[in-house]
Ligand binder design. Sequence first.
Ligand code: TRP
Length: 516
Amino acid sequence: MAVRDIWESRTAFVLASIGSAIGLGNLWRFPYVCYKYGGGAFLVAYAICLLLAGIPLLMLEFSIGKRMNNASPGAFRGVSKKLEWFGWFAVGIGFIICTYYSGIMSYCINYFVYSFNLSWGNEPGEFFFGKVLSITDKPWQVGSFRWPLFIGVVVAWIWIIASIWKGTKTVGKVVWVTVLGPWALLILFVIRGVTLEGASEGLRYYLSPNWSLLWNINPDPGIPGAHQVWLAAISQVFFSLTVGFGVMIAYGSFIDDKTCIVKNAWIIGIADALTAIVGGFAVFGALGHKAFVDGVAVSEVVRSGPGLTFVTYPEIINGLPWPQLFGILFFVMLSLLAIDSAFSLVEAMSAAVKDKFGFTHTKANLTVAILGLAMGLPYIFGSGIHWLDIVDHFMNFFGLPLVVLGMCIIIGWYFKASRMRHFINSRSEGKIGIWWDIRIQLIIPAFILFMLGFEIYERIKAPYGDFGLRSQEFIFGWGVLLLVLVASVILSLLKGSKEYQSREYERITNDASDLC
Ligand code: TRP
């Protein structure tokens, strides 16, 4: 039997999981979502969702991987042979995210190069949408193939594959740089951000809470309702912790028998949240400064999503002393943050392929990389960012909650939460109680059902996206989801290696082995 990859040290496991969790989600998504959904009030909702759902789900994913000793598909097959497709569905959703995440990494890599002579000039917005993206007016105008972006994506994939070349061995080393490096740089940016002139106005904006947002379902127009605030908080927690993608299942399957699941889930969850919250100080300090310089309100400076990173940051960098240096450091930091999130997913996917088909590590990695690169090509055209936006929304608002819901039902009710809890406790110094079962079986599923219902209602009212095109939503939203589903079912039906087919799942699902 092939020996399963094992982390070389517990620190390697913790750092790799933290690396997977912290990424672009912390530095642009978190501050923007926080700003949009009520600042301090959002922070409270975020903290509650982290404790109530995020950290318990991390424990769940680690324990599924460890208990079943397999990546996501094999792990769910261990619960029931009929459920293997579900494991593929989880990694499939992550894989789709990875295809465009590498596109965003390509922007970072390009911006790293642009930083040397501040190519974005005085009009970073025009530069980004015009020169870099050559964005088309409408989604169905495909536009031109952007060679620099393509080269960036190829570099990103080579970098991803190099980082996981020897599995946990290389990952365990790479993450020292990709986690600790950005932290050091982030501290530098926080100090710089909060000491800029006008920073305090930005920080006030970031932190001042408006408590009524947490329960007022019917606020004045233009102000988010409480349901939206909570939805935004929980989806940010899932996305940021990378739960619901099968990544933490794969990482859990590589841990040794002595690693404490409970304690490490706490460390990883808190580290991820802190990175986002601390990062917010740098972002909002700098935004306050920009508002001060331009003589406008902070609310007028902020632009959402990719705009914030690739338009507002260059603007901010322009206004700093030694702009080239800060530009270079900033985009190095972003690339490092992104790389370990991206490779965690590729590792989860190739571990799944390895487990099932018995591929060698190299063959599995190359297969995943080539497929990922090919499927990322649509985002390299002028219309790419229109499509990216929709795919991102559907993966995060439908795919991800569906996976988490399924996981809670399968493990919570079918496998039984209490059994998994006993297993977790047998592997942990800190113990969890029945409260954990209640969260997995009831609270999280109820929350997600509410969220899905709300989102479906929104989509019936109007198609998603700036252009509100049903045709676009149909293909890049529902179409991609369906594609992942069909691919998952096909992959689960394909015959795996002898070892995979013949594993004795009865034995693993036997209660006696919980008491090890
Ligand atoms: N956790 C990552 C972040 O905060 C994002 C992420 C979640 C991700 N799932 C993923 C990235 C799957 C790539 C693939 O940025």
